[in-house]
Structure formats: C-alpha cells, structure tokens
Write a protein of this length. Sequence first.
Lengths: 152, 150
Amino acid sequence: MGIYTDNIWKPEWAWATFYTNESQTTTIDEASSPTQLNRATGLATAENIGLDLDGATGIITTQYSGLYYLNVSACFSGASGDIFSLNFKIAGSDVDEGKIQWTQNGGWHWEVSMANIYQINGEQEIDINIQNLSDSINITLLAFTQTIIKLH
Amino acid sequence: MVFRPNIYGDTLQWIFADTHTQQTTTIEEASSPIQLMRSTGLTTGEQKNMPIDATGIVTCKVAGIFMLQYHCSFSGAENNTFSMYWTINSTSRETGKTKWTMKSGDYWAISSQTMINLQEGDTIDLYIENNTDTNDIELEDFNQTIFKIS
C-alpha cells in the first residue's frame, strides 16, 4: 500500500500581466534622481501565477528563482521638452539592462516601452523607477501594462 | 545508426544584449538600409545557445519560433524619418518594421516586437535607414531581447 502525498511543489511556473489606465502623477523632487513610478491607482491583475503583487505600490515579489523576461509598456504626458529615463529596480538596485530614455515632446501622449531578461532569485522585488534628467517637473502616467514571464 | 553528439545541450535559447554608450550609424544613402551600429559597449546580460558577434549579430542554433524584441533610444537628424528592420540572413523583413520621425529634443524611444520562424544557422541583425536624406543617427540606448518560444 503506497502513501499518498500531495504534490505541494507544483511546477515552478510564473507569469503575470498587471495594468492600470488611470491617470496618476509621479512627483519629481530632484532632477536625475530615480523615483518609484507611481502606478498603484487602478492597478489590476489580468493574469498571475507565481508572483506576488503589492497593490499599494506595484512592487512584484518573485516566489521562485529563475530567469525572467520583464516588459513594461507605458504612456505618459506632461513636462514637454524634458528628458526622462525609465528603468527596472531589482532586489533594491537600479539596473541598466532595459533602461530607456526619451524626450517628452509636444503632444499629449508619449508611449514608451522597455524589456530585459534577468536572473532573479526567489522572494526578490521587481520595481520600476523613473527620473527626470532635465529638471524637477512631474510626469503623469496615463496607461501602464507590465508583463513578466519566467523563462527557465 | 549514426551517433550524433548533442552539441547544443538542450534546445533552450535566449539572449539579452544591451549598450548605453552613444554611437553613430553613418548614413551614406537615403532609403538604403544599413546595419545599426551598436557594438560599442555591447554586453550580454543573459545568453543561452545564441552566440552574438562583435557587431551585434545573433545566430540561431536550434530551429523554432522566436520572439524578437528591441527597445532603443535615438537622437539627431530632426524631422528626418527613419525605418528599422529585423534582418534575417542579410534580408530585411517587413514584420516588426518600425518607422518614426525624429522631432526636436534629444531622445526618441522606439520599440519593436515580432515572432519569426528561424532555422539553425540563421543570423539575426538590425538594419536602419534614413528615408529623408543622408543625415546620420545617434543610438543612445539599445536593449535587445530574443527567446525561443517553441
């Protein structure tokens, strides 16, 4: 007679899409200083397995170690003529991999995306920082979608 | 029976390559695609079974369906219209093509995503063209993500 044991581990899959289409402003206190992108208002989960979302900040915590594909597509307005950069912050550190910069020119909406592949351990945080490289004018997020897939 | 060593290990393939060093692609002729200059400072953060050469050309080692994606920032050549192409085995593809006009300001963020069926030995490159004149273009940020889906 065998002993029945639940498969408590399951496959270590992880993927998710989080999004918000509610306008919200990130306050820039200082030029060229990375600031957490404000994206919590209206933040919803389209799909999620194996990742933990902090709905108050948008910070995602991994459950499993592995190689992750990270993608962000966002739409901004405001601060015409200012140069901004967007980057991932992983396990508390700003990373260059995937970093993108743009000039917020005339016109209301500006679409920006970034992605990378990154080795992330379990229980580490994935965050997003933005900085205004020109001055301390705020920027408004209009639409935001973040997709994460554990590749391996 | 012929013994064939599994020289590639498994069939997992991916690569993430990036550079954040400013570099110029010289445009010699309008509307003539040429290789995007991205070799200076090019590093490979993650890589499995996808070799990359000094110019940024990536080689497929095992056939399959791949997702290809880039995110770039450019500056220069205000009011010039540019196009960028995924270029497989030196042939530019229409899938994933991007086209934009450089306006005032330093940086212009461009991205592309597509899926392409690749065969063993296929090379993946990126070509850019100036559709307006022969002004050069400056690459400021380059991030390229490729992985095998199936």
